[in-house]
Structure formats: structure tokens, C-alpha cells
Design a protein around this ligand. Sequence first.
Ligand code: MN
Ligand code: MN
Length: 470
Amino acid sequence: MDINQIKKLKESLFKPSQSGWMTLEEENKKKMYTYSEGYISFLNEAKTERMCVTYFKNLLIENGFKNIDDCQTLKPNDKVYYINKEKNIYAAIIGQEDNLNIIGAHIDSPRLDLKPNPLYESDELALFKTHYYGGIKKYQWLNIPLSMHGVIVKKDGTKIQIDIGEKEEDPIFTIADLLPHLSNWQENKTLYEAIDPENLNILVGSIPYTKDKINENIKLNIISILNKEYGITERDFVSSEIEFTPAFKSKSLGFDKSLIAGYGQDDRACTYTSMTALLNIENPKKTAICILADKEEIGSMGNTGMSSTSFDYFIEKILKKINSTKTINEIYNDSLVLSADVTGAYNPNFPDIYEKNNESYLGHGLSLIKYTGSASKGGASDANSEYVALIRKIFEENNITYQSSEMGKIGIGGGGTIAYILANRGMNVIDCGISLLSMHSPYEISSKFDIYNAYQGYISFYKTDEILKK
Ligand code: MN
Ligand code: MN
């Protein structure tokens, strides 16, 4: 055998493990960059779950989707959506058969929520008390520009929308860290201990209301500004959902502009790609469904999380309106699901954390994750190999670049997604998403190659009429 034959043999026997950029044609690169522009503007526009719902509701309506409750009956290629309590959304294109191809992503991201009694004054400054949401490294959230988003609902039901900090002319907010000159005591602590979560207090003002000497003079000024602007009193915070997110704009990263930096890419990377993929589907053989769930970052509980029965409610509506004779469990049992969630990409700054043969790499395409969980695979939904084989077939036949991975060395940490919740209902589920650097930080990093490749991979999945043979 000469060296060329040996190289060919190796190529035919080894799994491919090179960056997707290596074989990418210039024309496709242009498509990727154009698609990424849309993704970047989405990241800038929709930083919270409620904002995502509004964004996608508009996009779905523009693309001919109707509120499912406005449809008496449904027939193949009808396009419908259902919004659950303004914080999560399901969209579907009715298939010729009643089997389902489902892609599920989530639209909540780590952030700082306001406590129910947030506003206080201390030493001539006004501040907001926060309660962090999702897994954050606390030190990353100090001294960065923060924007304020959410709703305050008054007791008569009036809903006040607040969005401050994204427009050029808007003020921003921040949490003041201690200067290095006075931080020896802090630098000697563990990262976890160095910032007390009770000290994640956001600076919101400094001018007193009156020149008279009264208590809580600055707090009074802030609440009167809010009262004038929004008609609220301090007590209205009790019935509010206010989230502080990084105010950074999402941008292309690198001299080659191949990467994207932006807040909330967990899981907006999979949200945007799976929803825009759905908009590309016409006349699917099976019903194509996109789930955008809330509350994934805190365990998927609650009436907008994946554990709620609101998804079953949506499916029941569909089955009724298409006059299906099947039960919901029969439908679930045959359903194919991609749990579209991000995973951590290999980070060259911390090589010791990873087991290089089984990591996700930026630019290597969709990450297929058979199981998540921690050291013992605890809490994981471990996908059947029969189902993994089917997904491989779909991707390989459609030239979708994918990698198969875990996240970090065994026992270093772990994580979970919505996969197990859908698997518990009897569906065939595998985690299949985009890898990120600096996941859960205020400025996460993705690859344009992976974003576009996921979009194409999700299209091929929605379109497939493959079934898992029993
Ligand atoms: Mn996630
Ligand atoms: Mn997450």
C-alpha cells in the first residue's frame, strides 16, 4: 500500500474530525454570514423570555401562522401557534400524517431578577436588591452595563412594560465592585465566596428628592421618577417580573468575523435556528413542531416550564382539530425529538478540564449528546442507540456536519436540558444543539458555522419522514 492508499483507508475508517470551515465553499460562507446578521439582531432585540415570545409571535404571524384557538379544524400544511402565559410558545405545521417531529429549545437565560421589595437607599445612593436566576458565576456580573426589562402588573390588571438600557440614549445600570486597592481580603477568597449574592445590588440613582432633611430622600426621588413615568408605587414591584440583562450589543468576533459574541445564546442559538428552520417547511409528511420553553435554567418547573402539562394541552388541541383517532400517548411514543440546547465548547484556556476525544469544538457543527447528567450520568436521558442511528442517517444524508460529545471530564461538573422531560413522556429524544464558549456568562460565544449548520440540520429533521422501526 502506498501512502495515498493508506490515507484513503484512514479516511474511510476514522470518523471525520475536522472543522467545518475546512471544506466550506465560499458561496455557503456568504450565506452563513448573512443568516448570522439576522441572528445577531434577534439577540439584540429579544433578551428575555417575554421578549422572545413577542419576537416570534410577530415572525410567525408574518409567515402565515395562526393562533390555534382561532382555527376550528386543521388540515395538512396549516400553520398554528399557541402562546402560554406570554412566556413560552409552541408552533406547528400540520403534517399529512399525525406523527410528530419536534424540536424543543428554551428562551429563558441566566440573569438578575429583582426581589419583590427591591428599592432601598444606603449611604446616599439608591439601589435595587436582586435575586439571580440560573447558574451564574457572580463575579462576571459586576461592573458591566445592565439593561432592565420586564413587566409590572398593577392590581387592576394594567400591565406596564419596562425596557431601559438598550437604546443609545438610554441610561444603563451596573453593580459596583470593589477597587483592587482595597481587595486583598477578597482576592484571597474562593471565587464562590468572593461575591456575596446579597451584594449583587444594582445602582439606580443618587439625587435627593428635596433639599429638606428627610429620611430616604433619594429613594423617594427614584420612586417618584418611576411614578411619573409609569404610574407605579413601591408596592407594585410585588406583582412584577423585572429582569436585568447585560446591555452589551451582540457582535461579530475576530479578525475573520467567524464568531458571534452576545448575551443569552444559551439557548437563543438553538431557539433562533429551530424556529427559523420551521419557517422553511412546507407540506411536511409529519407534523413539525417547535417548542420554546421557559424556566429551563431553574429546572423546567412551573406553568411555563417543560414539566407543565401545557405542551400536552397544545398537542390535544391539534389531535382534536385534525380528528385524529390516536391517543396522546400513542402519538408521543412514535414522536422524534431533538432537544435543542447549547453545550460547552472546548476552551483552550482551560485544557485540563476536558477529555479531548469527547468534547464539542466550535466550528465542528451540531453537537449530538447522547446523555448529559453528572459523574454517574445521574439525571440524564440516555438516548437509545437505535434513535441515535436514525438521527445520524438524517444528518449524513443531508450533509449536516455534526460531532458527538460529552461536556468536560467525568466528575468535573454536569448539566441538564429538557430532554429527559420529553423522554419521560415516551418520546424518542436526543440532545442536539450548538456549542458555546463562555456559556452562562454575560457574553457567550458561538461560531457562525455552527449556527448556520444547526439551521440546516433542523430543517432536515423537520422534513424527515423516517420513523423509528419497532
Ligand atoms: Mn440551555
Ligand atoms: Mn443553561
